[in-house]
Design a protein. Structure first.
Length: 198
């Protein structure tokens, strides 16, 4: 399988960057391939313009989709699976990734007369500073899953998975204690999720 990784973190000095690299190693060790959009490194512009807003809001195919958006759409349609990798910021993806959805999920691609292919798999790997029990007790984890899987990805992938790496805030001792275990989990996910190369 060809996996399109959409990675969004402002710093290389992060757990998420290490988790991403372990995941990639799993993908390639299983004979699968990947392409990646590293949104910060690319300087992806997440801000929808008025023209883009009017196009999507009026279900119009004019003006033409911007080149940077088209490039992302082509990466999706040339892949079999998508993996979104990011840290949770205020119970959401970082703004740059939210803006990526705003701009890339255009009318005529992701909704309306869709040209977006239905992917075989979509997986989310996110890091969260809080323990998962805390995210669950407030219904926050459920909210994050509903937005990603029940809105953005629904009908756009045959199988979906939402994986949380919790307790990763810097003041939490479990960040270091669970570091190797979490990287192994990311590696195994990359290795096992997409099967052997076909
Ligand atoms: C601005 C900001 C907002 C955050 N909001 C949340 C949050 O709502 N819930 C949570 O569990 N962790 C939150 N975190 C923690 C991050 O999700 C992440 O786990 C943490 O930064 C450690 O991972 P890293 O080393 O990859 O950055 C936040 C961090 C930052 C910097």
């Amino acid at each position: 399988m060809k996996v399109f990784i959409v990675y969004c973190h402002p710093s290389d000095d992060s757990f998420t960057r290490n988790m991403r690299d372990a995941f990639i190693k799993g993908v390639t060790d299983s004979g699968n391939e990947y392409i990646m959009s590293d949104l910060y490194k690319m300087g992806f512009d997440p801000v929808m313009t008025e023209q883009e807003y009017l196009r999507d809001a009026y279900y119009s195919d004019k003006p033409d989709v911007a080149g940077d958006v088209l490039a992302e759409q082509e990466k999706i349609n040339s892949s079999d699976a998508i993996a979104l990798i990011y840290p949770v910021f205020w119970t959401e993806a970082p703004a740059m990734l939210v803006g990526w959805f705003d701009r890339v999920w255009t009318y005529g691609f992701a909704y309306g007369e869709k040209t977006m292919k239905v992917l075989d798999k979509a997986v989310i790997l996110c890091s969260a500073g809080n323990p998962v029990e805390r995210l669950e007790s407030f219904g926050l984890l459920d909210s994050m899953k509903k937005v990603m899987l029940g809105d953005r990805l629904i009908g756009r992938a045959k199988e979906t998975d939402f994986i949380v790496f919790d307790n990763t805030s810097r003041e939490n001792k479990l960040r270091e204690k669970n570091w190797d275990m979490n990287l192994q989990k990311a590696y195994e996910t990359g290795k096992n999720l997409f099967g052997q190369k076909r």
